[in-house]
Design a binder for this molecule. Structure first.
Ligand SMILES: Nc1ncnc2c1ncn2[C@@H]1O[C@H](COP(=O)(O)OP(=O)(O)OP(=O)(O)O)[C@@H](O)[C@H]1O
Ligand SMILES: [Mg+2]
Length: 545
């Protein structure tokens, strides 16, 4: 009697109600705040240093948050918002996170005014749905094969990145690459940017970034005696090692004479020779192997004039199979002539200090790679991310050919429409919808702020222009003025804006519904080296006795 009932483990912390909400919102706001200043073409970049001292410089919301390695659970949810946005549409990650933050900070103000979180959540959800409806209504339909328009969109995605000065070059590459992998499906197109293989290599300059009609492997030919160039290549794709397999158990061999020793070694050599014979007899003159290739096998192959590459990534093997029409074999015995892939040229070329293998002119013309070059490693890294954004937005428009202008214009317009819509609502729900409208308006405000403009003046001007039905009025950060973005041809995919609304609305609602945080005590960190799975299994086992 009188004993407290312990239902949670010792060290578990718990916070409830407003306290929990407040803590979560604060953590999420810190994250949103940290990326705010990087929004837009005049946004700043972030330098992130990881535990090993490696430096990343980026303007990409998803990358910044990923590298930040946040710990707080609510902050982690913000990171997920960015990730979802990145996975779904590839751009607009900063916008999505900033919007979530704005929604939460306004919700906090409403909670402080005693509006119940569920009312806010309902209002936000209704507002998010309406906002998407309004966006779809104002979107502009375009022709997905209009290259000039696609290029403009890619340029806008790249404009806010480190390599803005080369945006035309990068946009051109992205449009070419995506149109090459796009396929007609029904009345529209489908395109998967995973089909575009992006490899990077520091050196030269960004404008030396090129498209390769085929698959590019960051691997060199294994043996100096092999040819460096094979035309009309017949390619064997293997995921079995070309090595004599080691037995799984230990065995002892008693060798009594040098002859026996020689016979033993000869036998090993024979096995490898037979492997190579088999490959050659099926007509292959190029071998691309996911596993290792023994030195002796390399030697025999070089004698047969076969070009071989080893330890190729599985994802690359799959791309090669798709591109060359070959089949990946896990058993050499199965190799038949019609399993071989075809390419016009397989060649090893020197790129900077390294050698790379180019598989060009593949059977499937849809295979394409981009080789990213640039002054330093950090430049190529950020260039790769910018190319990813450019490829993504072009894909978005090719798949769903609807666009909106940028510069915060659609946000300002949808905000106006939402406010008008909220007039029909009553009481507290109206407050929530208005808060949503205000949060949307903060996007042009932040763009203005980052461009060194006065955000309040900008919003006042925006509002009056939008009242006057100039729906594409937004912020021109380069001139530091309020302008018609459609005249400046600053366009973005509708899909990016829709996804940002969706994920921000959902994440904010999810966070607002939490009123109880029960956190187990942290596992001890840093005191002991991490255990291998066996060791920890042993310890767990011991505990049972
Ligand atoms: N030339 C431009 N003029 C006006 N606004 C622009 C221009 N280029 C980009 N923007 C605006 O900048 C915003 C995008 O900024 P940014 O690319 O930094 O963030 P994001 O796309 O949300 O996230 P991320 O690119 O990091 O995934 C959009 O609102 C876009 O309309
Ligand atoms: Mg962007």
């Amino acid at each position: 009697m009188g004993q407290p009932a312990l239902i949670l483990k010792e060290g578990t912390s718990r916070s409830r109600g407003r306290e929990a909400q407040h803590a979560n919102i604060t953590a999420a706001l810190v994250v949103a705040e940290s990326v705010k200043s990087s929004l837009g073409p005049k946004g700043m970049d972030k330098m992130l240093v990881d535990g090993f001292g490696d430096v990343t410089i980026s303007n990409d919301g998803a990358t910044i948050l990923d590298e930040m390695d946040v710990q707080h659970p609510a902050a982690k949810m913000m990171v997920e918002v960015a990730k979802t946005q990145d996975d779904e549409v590839g751009d607009g990650t900063t916008t999505a996170v900033v919007l979530t933050g704005e929604l939460l900070s306004r919700a906090q103000a409403l909670i402080d005014k005693d509006v119940h979180p569920t009312v806010i959540v309902d209002g936000y959800q209704a507002a998010a749905e309406k906002a998407q409806e309004f966006l779809e209504k104002i979107a502009i339909k375009v022709d997905p094969s209009d290259k000039a328009m696609l290029k403009k969109i890619a340029e806008v995605a790249v404009a806010s990145k480190l390599l803005a000065e080369h945006k035309e070059y990068v946009a051109d590459l992205a449009v070419k690459a995506v149109l090459q992998v796009a396929e007609k499906s029904g009345t529209g197109y489908k395109a998967d940017i995973d089909d575009v293989k992006v490899e990077k290599k520091p050196g030269e300059s960004l404008t030396d970034t090129t498209i390769i009609q085929g698959v590019l492997l960051d691997k060199e030919v294994v043996h100096p005696g092999m040819p460096r160039r094979v035309e009309k290549a017949e390619i064997a794709l293997l995921n079995c090692p070309l090595e004599v397999e080691k037995t799984e158990f230990d065995a002892k061999l008693n060798i009594q004479s040098p002859d026996q020793m020689k016979a033993f070694l000869d036998e090993e050599e024979n096995i490898l020779r037979n492997m190579v014979e088999k490959i050659a007899s099926r007509g292959a003159d190029v071998v691309i192997c996911e596993k290792g290739i023994d030195d002796v096998a390399q030697h025999f192959m070089s004698k047969k004039g076969i070009l071989a590459v080893r330890r190729v990534k599985q994802s690359d093997m799959e791309k090669l199979a798709k591109a060359t029409g070959g089949r990946i074999l896990s058993n050499l015995e199965d190799l038949k002539a019609d399993d071989l892939g075809h390419a016009n040229l397989v060649e090893e070329r020197k790129v900077s200090d390294d050698k790379m293998t180019f598989v060009e002119g593949c059977k499937n013309p849809k295979a394409v790679s981009i080789l990213v070059r640039g002054g330093t490693e950090r430049v190529v890294d950020e260039a790769e991310r910018a190319i990813h954004d450019a490829l993504s937005v072009v894909r978005d428009v090719v798949v769903d050919p609807r666009i909106v202008a940028g510069g915060g214009a659609p946000e300002a317009e949808v905000s106006r429409l939402l406010r008008k819509h909220s007039e029909k609502m009553s009481g507290r729900e109206q407050l929530a919808i208005q808060a949503f409208a205000e949060a949307l308006e903060s996007i042009p405000m932040i763009l203005a702020e980052n461009a060194g403009m006065d955000p309040i003046d900008a919003v006042v001007e925006l509002r009056s222009k939008h009242q006057g039905r100039q729906i594409w009025t937004g912020i021109d950060p380069f001139k530091g003025k309020v302008a018609d973005l459609s005249k400046l041809e600053v366009y973005e995919p509708l899909a990016v804006k829709m996804q940002a609304l969706k994920s921000a609305g959902e994440a904010a609602s999810m966070m607002l519904r939490i009123d109880d945080v029960i956190a187990a005590s942290k596992a001890k960190e840093g005191k002991e080296p991490p255990k291998g799975p066996e060791e920890s299994a042993k310890e767990e086992g011991e505990g049972e006795f």
